[in-house]
Design a protein around this ligand. Structure first.
Ligand code: GDP
Ligand code: MN
Length: 396
């Protein structure tokens, strides 16, 4: 589950991570009130207005702007709230901005130049350990840094039994070229960040930039936080941070009816019982020259009602050129599933794409017969290979 920047920062701060202060606002009037409050609390003269959407690269898309007066806060918030913000990480239509974060300006001049660093915390799946990835080249596109100057990106692996050790935090501060007060601040920042990562059961933190201010404080200016959904039961308070407006509406709908559905980019929809078979079916589709349009596990009860819901979900995707139903009848009998498919097909009415049904297991032959005699434009097969061939045929 992804958090908004303002939610991520609040969460980080609750674990002692220093952040750029901000207040979220839904309207320009609220933004002005937020700016006034920030001036009282922090003494800041300038403010930054930041679009809150679940996508990075907002600055490049015009979703992060500096305001040098309250009038500018009002004007900029008015422009940003309600806009469709397009960034390198959104679709071409962009994402509707419904709120902004008004923050203190932290790039003020002072005894030294501010510096922007990159820092993320994530799981290295190759070693099974958490790691902190960091770079002196923050603020900009980290993918470009990785491509052009990979030696400027450092990794620090953390032993899960020991946690982040003090020497590791010092090494990071050293590699970032810090000394004196900023060095100390960075070691504190890194330790608090790692504690937050572990305690919140997050799967990704990306802080870009981490800023060393001109008075040598170290703070998170941006925060991308992804919390492991499987651990949400341990954090009931985080559940309220979910913003359904930011999630794929079909996935939200599927979840509400208890189906596990993941939207993908391909052209062949699939409906399968069991996650393992669903994975194998996606491989099969690829082998047949298609690309899966979704992952969908209908679970143990593939009755008419569930099949119909599943068909309707898949049909919402305009890229779907064919649907492959792959059901293994173990406890659920294939003939019952076949009846469910026929009923659902008739109920929906206007299915204009080919459907390939592979039913194997208990009563598979009866099921095939039922489908073949239904008179519907449904191709039924029993063998896995036949299913692949059929997919290839209908895509050709
Ligand atoms: P992103 O574009 O979605 O990654 O959003 P960020 O939160 O990283 O902000 C984008 C950019 O805005 C940063 O890289 C900074 O250059 C700039 N920015 C953020 N906060 C401030 C601030 O307090 N003052 C100034 N002058 N610029 C800021
Ligand atoms: Mn950023």
């Amino acid at each position: 589950m992804n958090l908004h920047e303002y939610q991520g920062k609040e969460m980080l701060n609750s674990f002692g991570v220093e952040i750029q202060r901000g207040i979220v606002a839904q309207t320009p009037a609220e933004a002005v009130a937020a700016a006034k409050k920030l001036t009282e609390d922090t003494g800041t003269g300038w403010h930054v207005v930041k679009a809150q959407i679940h996508a990075g690269g907002r600055g490049k898309g015009g979703g992060v702007k500096l305001a040098k007066s309250l009038e500018e806060v009002e004007k900029i918030s008015g422009d940003i709230i309600g806009m469709y913000l397009i960034t390198p990480q959104t679709s071409a239509q962009g994402k509707l901005v419904s709120q902004v974060l008004v923050t203190e300006d932290v790039y003020y001049p002072g005894e030294s130049e501010p510096s922007e660093f990159y820092m993320s915390v994530l799981m290295n799946r190759a070693t099974g350990r958490n790691m902190i990835m960091y770079s002196t080249e923050g603020g900009m596109d980290i993918e470009a840094v990785a491509d052009n100057t990979p030696h400027l990106i450092f990794n620090e692996e953390i032993d899960p039994a020991l946690g982040l050790l003090p020497f590791q935090a010092r090494k990071i501060a050293f590699n970032l070229g810090l000394s004196g007060k900023a060095f100390k601040e960075m070691t504190r920042f890194v330790s608090a960040l790692y504690t937050a990562y572990v305690k919140s059961d997050s799967s990704l933190f990306e802080i870009n930039p981490v800023l060393k201010t001109s008075d040598n404080r170290v703070i998170a200016v941006d925060a991308k936080v992804t919390i492991d959904e499987n651990a949400l039961f341990r954090h009931k308070d985080y559940e309220a941070l979910r913003d359904l407006r930011e999630e794929n509406p079909v996935e939200v709908e599927a979840k509400a009816v208890g189906l596990s559905y993941v939207d993908l980019d391909g052209n062949v929809g699939c409906m399968v019982n069991g996650a393992g078979l669903a994975m194998a079916t996606m491989d099969l589709i690829k082998q047949a020259g298609g690309e899966p349009a979704n992952f969908l596990d209908v679970g143990g009860t593939a009755d008419a009602e569930r099949v119909e819901i599943a068909f309707n979900l898949i049909l919402k995707d305009p890229n779907v050129k064919a649907i492959l139903v792959n059901i293994f009848g173990g406890i659920v009998r294939c003939d019952r599933v076949a009846k469910g498919i026929i009923e659902a097909y008739k109920n929906i009415g206007n299915i204009e794409i080919p459907i390939i049904v592979r039913l194997e297991g208990t009563n598979a032959d009866i099921a095939k017969k039922l489908i073949d005699e239904s008179g519907l434009d449904v191709h039924s097969v029993i063998e896995f290979q036949e299913a692949a061939d059929k997919v290839q045929e209908v895509l050709a």
